[in-house]
Design a protein. Structure first.
Length: 183
C-alpha cells in the first residue's frame, strides 16, 4: 500500500493500493497495461468504450467487449517495476485470465506487458523460447489455443513525444484488434 501520494493526486481521494482490472467480464478483447487518454480515445474510436476520456472512477466510462488489466498493479518508484514487483502482481492477472473465458484478442502495451502476459497466461513456460511470440509494434501472433496476441509500443510520453509511437500507428493497432475480433 502506498504511503505517499503522487504529486498530481494530492487533492484527490487516494486509493494507494494495487489497481484492479476493469471492464466487461464477457470481453473478447483484453488490453494489458492501460495508459490514459491515448487508450480511451482509441477504445472509443473503435467501439470498445462509451466515451473518449476517463478522468475519475465515476465519470460514466463503460467498456464494451473489452477488459483492461495490468502486469504491475502499483505505481512503482521511478515508474520502473522490478522483477520482484511483477512476480508479486502476476497472480492477480492470472486470476483475471481464468475469469475472462471469451477472450480472443490480447493487446499488450509494451515489452513488459507482452512478456508479463505470456507468463501469466502460461505460454512463457509452455512454449520453447524460439516459439514464443516476439514483441514488436503491430506484431500479431496466434497462440496454440487460438488466442491472438497483438503487440504495441507503450504510449508513454517517451514514446509519443519522440515519435516512436504516433497516433496513426496507435490507431492501427486498435483497428486491427477490432478487425480480428469481428463486428
Amino acid at each position: 500500500m502506498a504511503r505517499e501520494k503522487k504529486r498530481e493526486f494530492r487533492d484527490w481521494e487516494y486509493w494507494g493500493k494495487p489497481v484492479p482490472g476493469f471492464g466487461d467480464p464477457r470481453a473478447r478483447l483484453l488490453v494489458v497495461d492501460s495508459s490514459g487518454n491515448w487508450l480511451f480515445e482509441a477504445l472509443y474510436r473503435y467501439g470498445f468504450a462509451s466515451q473518449p476520456t476517463a478522468l475519475t472512477r465515476d465519470d460514466g466510462l463503460e467498456l464494451t467487449d473489452c477488459y483492461i488489466s495490468a502486469v504491475g498493479r502499483c505505481a512503482p518508484p521511478g515508474n520502473k517495476p522490478t522483477h520482484a514487483e511483477l512476480e508479486r502482481c502476476r497472480p492477480y492477472l492470472e486470476a483475471e485470465l481464468r475469469l475472462l473465458r471469451r477472450l480472443r484478442v490480447v493487446v499488450t502495451l509494451g515489452r513488459v506487458a507482452h512478456d508479463g502476459w505470456l507468463k501469466a497466461a502460461g505460454w512463457w513456460a509452455t512454449l520453447p523460447p524460439r516459439e514464443r511470440p516476439a514483441f514488436g509494434h503491430g506484431a500479431v501472433a496466434t497462440l496454440p489455443d487460438g488466442t491472438i496476441l497483438l503487440s504495441s509500443y507503450h504510449p508513454s510520453r517517451q514514446n509519443t513525444n519522440t515519435g516512436k509511437l504516433t497516433r496513426p500507428m496507435w490507431h492501427a493497432v486498435f483497428q486491427k484488434a477490432r478487425r480480428l475480433i469481428g463486428e
